[in-house]
Write a protein that binds this ligand. Structure first.
Ligand code: G3P
Ligand code: CA
Length: 281
């Protein structure tokens, strides 16, 4: 069933098209762009030598063939690891598509291209977005920002500046936004770059949420789908207070319908193609 869109819901690919391809790899983000995602979500962490890389967990153990904390490894150490093999290649090439016989593993540009599943720097992801051939937004989440006392945000803003993305005109939609569970991290971003939109991520009911309030200067709320399912009234409250609401991680199509009915502004999903189809996009 296709759910009629009452308004345009932005579909954001969570860690790329991470149902189909290994999360946070170039392969996952290329697939998300191919699938028509409006935006890409990524988590960023600092390596020991100060590079921002797209990795969700504190350690690389789950998503690569290596071990150790991202913060203790240098970019060269991470570049030697394989971030793709943990996920069955037959699954991530797209289950309802014919195999792409034009590209065998190892061929440049093919689904088995090693560079598509090596560690992804935020810089490379920004280049991919710049070359997408259509507008694709980027929602960047700062992970464990307190450990680095502002360095994650500092490096992030320097990198965005190189791409001309750190100070978007206030009156226009920004191609980049910064998300965090940490109000302090968002505060640092706003202090340095007041027009860059920020998203406050939430997974528990707090007095702030009960009142439909966000940290000072934050305009976008990012509740989990569980929070939305259990307390839809808070979405209404946040919307009434003039905030946008971006919900994660919405993979069940019944939840997509719930978000659409509540007037949610963006859905963050591992399955951008399925969600877009469901929404009739
Ligand atoms: O988009 C927000 C969502 O990604 C937060 O949870 O654990 O997937 O980073 P997590
Ligand atoms: Ca995230």
């Amino acid at each position: 069933m296709t759910h009629a869109r009452q308004h345009r819901i932005q579909v954001v690919a969570h860690r790329g098209a991470s149902e189909d391809a290994p999360e946070h790899t170039l392969a996952a983000y290329k697939k998300a762009i191919e699938d028509g995602a409006d935006a890409l979500e990524c988590d960023v962490r600092l390596t020991a030598d100060g590079h921002l890389v797209c990795v969700h967990d504190r350690r690389v153990n789950r998503t690569s063939n290596g071990r150790g904390a991202v913060s203790a490894l240098e970019l060269a150490d991470l570049a030697a690891l394989d971030f793709g093999s943990w996920k069955n290649p037959d699954a991530w090439r797209g289950r309802d598509e014919e195999p792409d016989w034009e590209h065998r593993p190892g061929d440049a540009g093919g689904p088995g291209d090693p560079s598509d599943t090596s560690v992804l720097t935020l810089e490379r992801l920004l280049e991919l977005v710049a070359d997408a051939g259509r507008p694709v937004e980027l929602a960047i989440e700062t992970k464990h920002p307190t450990r680095w006392a502002g360095q994650v945000e500092e490096r992030l803003l320097l990198l965005l500046k190189r791409f001309g993305l750190d100070a978007p005109p206030a009156a226009e939609p920004s191609p980049v936004r910064v998300m965090s569970f940490s109000a302090r991290s968002l505060h640092r971003v706003r202090a340095a770059s007041p027009t860059l939109p920020t998203v406050y991520l939430m997974q528990f009911v707090t007095p702030r949420l009960r009142d439909g309030r966000l940290p000072e200067g934050v305009r976008i709320a990012g509740p989990s789908i569980r929070l939305v399912r259990n307390h839809p009234v808070y979405v209404e409250r946040l919307k009434r207070a003039g905030h946008q609401v971006h919900v994660w991680t919405v993979n069940d199509l019944k939840d997509v319908d719930l978000c659409a009915d509540l007037g949610v502004d963006a859905i963050i999903t591992n399955r951008p193609r399925a969600v877009l189809r469901h929404l009739g996009g």
